[in-house]
Design a binder for this molecule. Structure first.
Ligand SMILES: Nc1ncnc2c1ncn2[C@@H]1O[C@H](COP(=O)(O)OP(=O)(O)OP(=O)(O)O)[C@@H](O)[C@H]1O
Length: 640
């Protein structure tokens, strides 16, 4: 299969052929994934984490302060063995106890300072890392809203949610703890070894030799850990997707008796995640064993060499005790570095996943040189030789659509299921952009009109009447938050929704509707979506089968009110039912990627066999001429 990735991004073909099984998601010649983002490379954790730079720069001061406080605390801890050496070789060795209280007081001061500095670290680091997390999340959310609708069709929402929530929590915790500890403990090791060298060089050398294999061990574990950490994060995203889909589709799943199967799917995915997490535990177990054994062996070696040194008179008892105490003290930073390195891999995987989305270019963007249509907008809508192809589809769906909707005209769009009606309608508010040709409003290409202006000019209602868990009033006023109560009521009236909205308990239009409006019936949701579309009294209306879920009586009522609104607007109405088509001034028949015929309902019944077939009730030839609400026009059995 030829690669369509560059085609999708630049509309010019790429020479590459996508390897079987590689699907169309990656192209190595383009070095891009299907969203146009660079393919993740095997970059080191450090290179990946460097991308956090722009978020860290504004908070460098408190972060550096926290690192400084941690370092200070560790230095205080390191200072205590030195005082102990002075106590053993001084007052205890010589019997002169005059300086002992001062030395004891110094240990107490160092211990208190260590505790105080660690407390300061916590205070300093919490706010800036929470700020980095919230800024990154806000940027991700804004970016997701800029990405084209097709992106959201392709990506599982669970994967997006786990990136926006879990991965950013992982990054915050990493910045607050592991990153600081990694830097500070590395410094502490260097300083500790330096002090060891000043106290007893040969003991320091033993410690250094015993620690050398740690570098190899950590390198080996870091590489394998990073892959497994990434796998665990992806699997956690898949698990979230299953939960989300199951909760959203709970009615269908129960109605078809698929609860058991869903549970099995969930358990299988949870098992996969568990086995990956167990693998992580095994890797960490191996790493921490190495980190534990080597310093212990080092201390054993120091005891042997130190004992020999005391016997030879090269070392004092105080030097040996101080060296062993420092080595014991350095065990914690060594272990901590191992833990921090594994956290670095996890954070790098989380960062990779975050930028995987952020790197996806928004393909529907504001124009470089914006043009505004003349005011007031007349609403003349034209499709000029419009082609459109979904990136993962083998051939174009629309192949040269030419259609004009005159100002004030209502044009119904009719066609078989899958003929591309919804897709064609979605090109007007630029939910997707044409592959070739252009869509114009009052003579201006929609891609040249600033997105906010374009969308403010029109009202849209889609077949899937998506509402959010807010009040009815807020849902209806989505496009015009400042709308007055009178305007909202007028819009509800047009949509035939006034009666049932007033009856909602406890607050009528102020009543909150459940998540996605699921506490309402399909027809009620659709009427609210219609009210939302007509509220701004837009010059242009794009309605995707706005009456499909209404009963005959309500449909007739809404139709009557809608005619009023349609009189003042140019409307493109995707019609699945004869009644909706009949309401339009003209009807366009979409077939085989083109407009097959345009005319009034009656003209098309007389002249277009395909339209007649679409209008017919299966099994009742000729029923189309008397069709009322009738069947859906686009029965799948119907073909041009
Ligand atoms: N995001 C997408 N990615 C890939 N293909 C898509 C996508 N959305 C739609 N399609 C495909 O495009 C074709 C046309 O879909 P569209 O929804 O525009 O048809 P329609 O005429 O409105 O259908 P219906 O009458 O059933 O609503 C379908 O075959 C569908 O599989």
């Amino acid at each position: 299969m030829p690669c369509r990735i560059r085609f999708r991004i630049t509309w010019s073909a790429c020479r590459a052929t996508v390897k079987p099984g590689h699907s169309t998601r990656h192209c190595e010649v383009c070095a891009l994934n299907v969203e146009g983002a660079p393919i993740p490379t095997n970059a080191s954790s450090l290179a990946v984490l460097r991308r956090l730079g722009p978020y860290l720069r504004p908070v460098w001061l408190p972060v550096t302060g926290a690192a400084g406080a941690t370092f200070g605390a560790l230095l205080c801890g390191l200072g205590i063995p030195l005082v102990v050496q002075r106590v053993i070789d001084g007052p205890l060795g010589s019997g002169d106890f005059g300086r002992l209280p001062w030395l004891i007081a110094l240990v107490a001061v160092l211990g208190t300072a260590e505790a105080g500095l660690l407390w300061a670290r916590r205070k300093l680091i919490a706010r800036p890392t929470a700020l980095v997390e919230s800024r990154m999340r806000a940027d991700l959310f804004a970016h997701l809203l800029r990405l084209p609708v097709a992106f959201h069709d392709r990506w599982q929402s669970g994967q997006l949610m786990s990136r926006a929530v879990n991965d950013l929590v992982t990054l915050r915790k990493y910045l607050a703890f592991a990153a600081v500890f990694l830097v500070v403990n590395s410094l502490t090791l260097v300083v500790g070894l330096g002090i060891l060298f000043t106290i007893a060089p040969e003991l320091a050398l033993v410690g250094l030799i015993s620690a050398a294999p740690l570098l190899l061990i950590t390198y080996f574990y870091e590489t394998s850990y990073k892959k497994v950490a990434r796998r665990a994060q992806d699997q956690s995203g898949d698990l979230t997707t299953i939960v989300e889909e199951t909760m959203l589709g709970t009615r269908v799943i129960r109605a078809f008796g698929r609860s058991g199967e869903r549970t099995r799917q969930f358990v299988a995915q949870a098992r996969r995640l568990r086995s990956t997490e167990l693998r992580i535990v095994r890797i960490l177990g191996g790493l921490s064993t190495g980190l534990l054994i080597l310093p212990e062996l080092g201390i054993a070696g120091q005891l042997a060499v130190g004992g020999w040194g005391i016997a030879d008179g090269r070392l004092t008892l105080g030097q040996l005790v101080a060296a062993i105490t420092i080595s014991t003290y350095l065990r914690w930073p060594t272990e901590c570095i191992g833990w921090a390195l594994s956290e670095t891999s996890t954070a790098a995987a989380a960062c990779d996943r975050y930028w995987e989305i952020r790197d996806c270019p928004p393909t529907v963007t504001d124009p470089a040189r914006p043009v505004s249509p003349a005011r007031p907008a007349r609403g003349r809508l034209r499709f000029e030789d419009v082609h459109f192809q979904y990136p993962d589809q083998p051939r174009p769906l629309l192949r040269g659509v030419d259609l004009e909707v005159r100002p004030g005209e209502t044009m119904a769009l009719v066609g078989a299921t899958g003929s591309g009606k919804t897709t064609l309608a979605s090109l007007v508010p630029r939910l997707a952009d044409v592959t070739a040709g252009r869509v114009t409003v009052d003579g201006v290409d929609v891609r040249d009109i600033p997105l906010a202006e374009l969308r403010a000019m029109m009202g849209c209602a889609f077949e899937d009447a998506l509402l959010s868990s807010a009040s009815v009033r807020e849902n209806v006023a989505l496009g015009v938050p400042a709308a007055s109560d009178a305007d909202i009521r007028a819009a509800l009236r047009v949509a035939g929704a006034e009666g049932f909205v007033d009856a909602l308990r406890p607050h009528g239009p102020g009543t909150r509707i459940g998540e996605r409006g699921m506490s309402l019936s399909g027809g009620q949701r659709q009427r609210l979506a219609l009210a939302r579309a007509v509220l701004p009294r837009p010059a242009l209306l794009v309605l995707d089968d706005p009456l499909s879920a209404l009963d005959l009586h309500t449909e007739a009522e809404v139709e009557r009110a809608l005619r009023e609104v349609l009189r003042d607007a140019t409307a493109l109405v995707v019609a699945h039912r004869p009644n909706t088509a009949r309401m339009a001034d003209r009807v366009a028949v979409l077939a085989d990627g083109r407009v097959l015929a345009v005319g009034t309902h009656q003209e098309l019944l007389d002249s277009c066999p395909h339209y007649r077939t679409l209008m017919a009730t299966p099994g009742e030839p000729g029923a189309e001429r008397t069709a009322g609400a009738g069947p859906r026009l686009d029965s799948e059995a119907v073909t041009p």
